[in-house]
Design a protein around this ligand. Structure first.
Ligand code: FMN
Length: 198
């Protein structure tokens, strides 16, 4: 049975287009027998913003403050959840040309030297191996493969850095460019999702 971790990251609640697509993917894959865990980073599972105190605490050490210990435990939980699943699905709306702050916070919590990546004599090496990732990216305009898309290239860089290079992308573009473009963007994305196996 395929184990899937889904990260939602929209801040738009009931208006979220990526949530519609992610829910479509989740029910499609549940029908195929996948076990799905959902973390709603833009909603009920929002994470604290990583600041200097948290960042230094995530490197470990003997004299951590109570807050640092709590944040290290949270990071350990997020990393364990990532490693326990076979597939990572990331909802990645485009906000001001890149990913939501709430999703960036998750990355700041799980990118840990010695835990999810390490440095070798030949450069960085990811420690989260053997995983597959699916990105579902919604955007108001059209950016695919262009210089204004700082969502997909960025996420591919981060995922490769921690060891995930098997990445598929579902695009829902031009969603704010009128009702026709919206419906076309959503139905093409749903069609792409329907082709994906859990
Ligand atoms: C804060 C904010 C910033 C946005 N910035 C962009 C942008 O830079 N480019 C773009 O094409 N659409 C932009 N949009 C439109 C969203 O990409 C679009 O509404 C998309 O559906 C968001 O996904 P969601 O509904 O799951 O949150 C922005 C929307 C918000 C709320």
């Amino acid at each position: 049975m395929s184990k899937v971790l889904i990260l939602k990251s929209s801040i738009l609640g009931g208006y979220s287009q990526s949530a519609v697509l992610i829910d479509h993917l989740a029910s499609h894959w549940e029908n195929q027998g996948a076990a799905i865990t959902v973390r709603d980073l833009g909603g009920k599972d929002v994470l604290p913003m990583v600041d200097g105190e948290i960042a230094s605490g995530l490197r470990g050490g003997a004299e951590l403050s109570a807050r640092q210990q709590e944040m290290l435990a949270l990071s350990d939980t997020l990393v364990a959840e990532l490693k326990a699943n076979d597939t990572l699905v990331i909802a990645a709306p485009m906000y001001n040309f890149t990913i939501p702050t709430q999703l960036k916070n998750w990355i700041d919590f799980i990118a840990r030297v010695g835990v999810t990546f390490t440095y070798t004599e030949t450069g960085p090496k990811g420690l989260v191996e053997g995983k597959r990732a699916v990105l579902v990216t919604t955007r108001g305009g059209a950016h695919k493969d262009g210089p204004t898309d700082h969502v997909v290239p960025y996420l591919k860089t981060v995922l490769a850095f921690i060891g995930i290079t098997n990445v598929e992308v579902v695009y829902a573009e031009a969603l704010n460019m009128g009702p026709e473009a919206h419906d076309k963007g959503m139905s093409e994305a749903k069609h792409s999702i329907d082709q994906l196996k859990a």
